[in-house]
Design a protein around this ligand. Structure first.
Ligand code: FES
Length: 146
């Protein structure tokens, strides 16, 4: 868990909370616990949204399950919070389960973010779905997900 220093962090908390982010979403944004890369990733996929924000996801897959995942985000607080929450959701899940991930699952994990930030959730899920699709097409029948 990363500590952001005192006053700055409180200012950011206040700003985000005032614009409609839940405390849980703010913690995801500030802690950035799933931000980064995996040197031994089985799949790396990148997507840029229409807003210009970019996500790059790293998946480690073992026996059809997401063994580990990290994501790099160049984007807004909504993008960072969504991506961090989504990685928490998909870790340990089968590929089929991850393919069934809905935007609202990420929203529930965050508890609340501003309505105009729902497209940040969509970008997160699209990045994940792109990675699963690419993993499956790169790994053929070994990537069944069961
Ligand atoms: Fe682009 Fe949030 S504004 S993902």
């Amino acid at each position: 868990m990363t500590e952001t220093n005192g006053n700055d962090s409180n200012d950011i908390r206040g700003l985000l909370s005032g614009s409609g982010y839940s405390e849980k979403a703010i913690n995801y944004f500030l802690e950035k616990k799933n931000m980064g890369s995996l040197s031994d990733a089985d799949q790396v996929s990148e997507l840029t949204g229409t807003c210009g924000d970019t996500m790059k996801i790293y998946l480690k897959v073992e026996e059809g399950r997401i063994k580990d995942a990290k994501i790099q985000v160049l984007g807004c607080p909504g993008a960072v919070a969504s991506a961090m929450a989504a990685i928490d959701i998909i870790k340990g899940k089968t590929l089929d389960e991850v393919q069934g991930l809905k935007d609202r699952d990420i929203f529930f994990m965050l508890e609340d973010i501003p309505v105009e930030k729902t497209h940040c959730i969509r970008l997160t899920n699209k990045t994940i779905q792109k990675a699963i699709k690419e993993y499956r097409s790169n790994n053929g029948k070994n990537a069944k997900g069961e």
